[in-house]
Design a protein around this ligand. Structure first.
Ligand SMILES: *Cc1c(COP(=O)(O)O)cnc(C)c1O
Length: 462
């Protein structure tokens, strides 16, 4: 299997290079040149297997010859060993036809651990073999950063730099990034919002001199390996609800469109997913785009679900690529218009393609808080604000088809919003109970590409 760029002009790569590169050199995102289907029998046979065995079967066709079968199995086992639940991604029932997929039992309490813990293993194995070192740079709205730091801390051949928007992440999120003591880990607080951080990271990748000098690698959800790791839990949830004999729908709290795009890949592999529902907070560009065809940015408004406070949703480009019949030229035109004018229009044909797979909805701040309150009262399940956005939107789409809403983070990551809604402050799990006693280490930087690059050059050498 080979990987091609959504903009059509970057070199075609194998899995290993795709993973280590992150962003394509033409500014695009990598995708497999074809989607390997699983047969109905193969999907049915996933039922009852461990999460790790399911992960192996779902991901194996995508990794080519990068790892042999035994190595790949071991890396998967290592990745999920530290999860705090034996099922890894347990399903809970909220209502007769509504289920919650708890994705927050990993080491940093958000679904990002599913991909990042695996990527940490894959990078380590690939770099140990080649003797190379890389500099990982990532932008975070809060959860990617802590998950990346947790996955890469202490590794010899990796330096990690995480850019987060100063003052716009929760205290727990910030402390998870600023308190690890490993010398190869660097938290950078940038003056701006998540889109500022993401744009700086993209600009570093497009500065080829810098990119090659420090051997830049990316672990944002622009990295295909992250999307791939997330495909697995769509299969695990669906087969436990009766797939492939019974279709399911998923409702996904969405920011950068990475998580829901993994669902799209599962659907393309043959998993019977009726609809993938994009749930947004009041930063609702994706809901507006799918409703009207106009993808128009209008500034990020802070919310109680900060990991979804995004206007430029990177992975949407991957869906657009398919919607335009894999025409890299059409995607390039849209992305150029986005950069020049802050928006673009999706063609009628492409919009119809997207609406076949995706539906969408939004939750206001009040609706999000009211959902946390009501679900805690009626079911005892305490939702984080992102998961509450998902549950609110999912409830408007309930039907005879089972609905699975993704619970993307643990409520204790967002204790202020949860306490305001329920009256009780959710406790951090035992293993991070001393988070607020640990010392913080962080560098504050302005929104200035060369300042950030120079800081990284110096820190790597030190
Ligand atoms: C990252 C994140 C999201 C959004 O996921 P995307 O893949 O960016 O769409 C939602 N909820 C939480 C808690 C997150 O950390």
């Amino acid at each position: 299997m080979q990987y091609i760029s959504t903009r059509g002009t970057a070199p075609v790569l194998e899995f290993e290079a795709t993973m280590l590169t992150g962003l394509a050199r033409d500014g695009g995102l990598y995708l497999p040149d074809h989607i390997p289907p699983l047969t109905q029998q193969e999907i049915a046979a996933l039922a009852g297997l461990s999460y790790e065995d399911q992960a192996y079967i779902v991901m194996r066709p995508f990794i080519g010859s990068t790892f042999d079968d035994e190595t790949f199995r071991t890396l998967i086992a290592n990745a999920y060993r530290d999860f705090g639940h034996p099922a890894r991604a347990p399903l809970k029932q909220l209502a007769p036809n509504h289920f919650l997929l708890e994705l927050f039992h990993g080491p940093t309490l958000a679904f990002k651990d599913f991909a990042m813990q695996l990527i940490g293993q894959l990078f380590q194995a690939a770099l140990a073999r080649s003797g190379e070192r890389v500099t990982i740079v990532g932008a975070t709205s809060g959860d990617t950063g802590s998950a990346a730091i947790e996955a890469f801390r202490g590794l010899d051949n990796v330096d990690v730099f995480i850019l987060y928007p100063h003052g716009r992440v929760s205290d727990v999120q910030r402390r998870q990034m600023t308190t690890p003591t490993d010398a190869n880990v660097h938290a950078l607080a940038v003056d701006g919002d998540f889109d500022t951080c993401q744009a700086l990271v993209k600009d570093m990748f497009n500065d080829f001199t810098f990119r090659d000098e420090v051997r830049l690698a990316g672990v944002n959800s622009i990295n295909w390996a992250r999307v791939l790791a997330q495909v697995v839990y769509y299969f695990s949830a669906a087969v436990s609800l009766g797939a492939p004999h019974r279709p399911v729908s998923f409702c996904v709290p969405t920011g950068n469109f990475g998580d829901i795009f993994a669902g799209y890949i599962a659907r393309a592999m043959g998993l019977p997913i009726e609809k993938l529902i994009v749930a947004t907070n009041h930063n609702d560009i994706l809901h507006r785009a799918l409703s009207s065809g106009g993808y128009v940015t209008d500034g990020v408004k802070p919310s109680i679900s900060p990991s979804m406070d995004i206007q430029v949703s990177s992975n949407f480009e991957r869906a657009l690529f398919d919607a335009y019949g894999r025409d890299g030229g059409a995607v390039t035109q849209s992305m150029d218009a986005l950069k020049a004018t802050g928006g673009f229009t999706i063609s009628q044909g492409a919009l119809e393609f997207l609406r076949e797979a995706f539906a969408s909805g939004r939750a206001s701040e009040l609706e999000t808080a009211a959902t946390i309150t009501r679900i805690a009262q009626t079911t005892g399940e305490v939702l984080c604000p992102h998961s509450a956005v998902g549950v609110h939107v999912a409830e408007t789409f309930l039907s005879a088809t089972p609905m699975v809403t993704l619970a993307t983070a643990h409520p204790a990551k967002f204790p202020d919003a949860v306490e305001a809604a329920t009256g009780a402050r959710p406790a951090l799990p035992e293993r991070m109970a001393d988070l607020f006693a640990r010392e913080e280490r962080v560098t504050r930087l302005s929104n200035d590409l060369s300042a950030v690059e120079n800081h990284i050059r110096r820190a790597i050498r030190a």
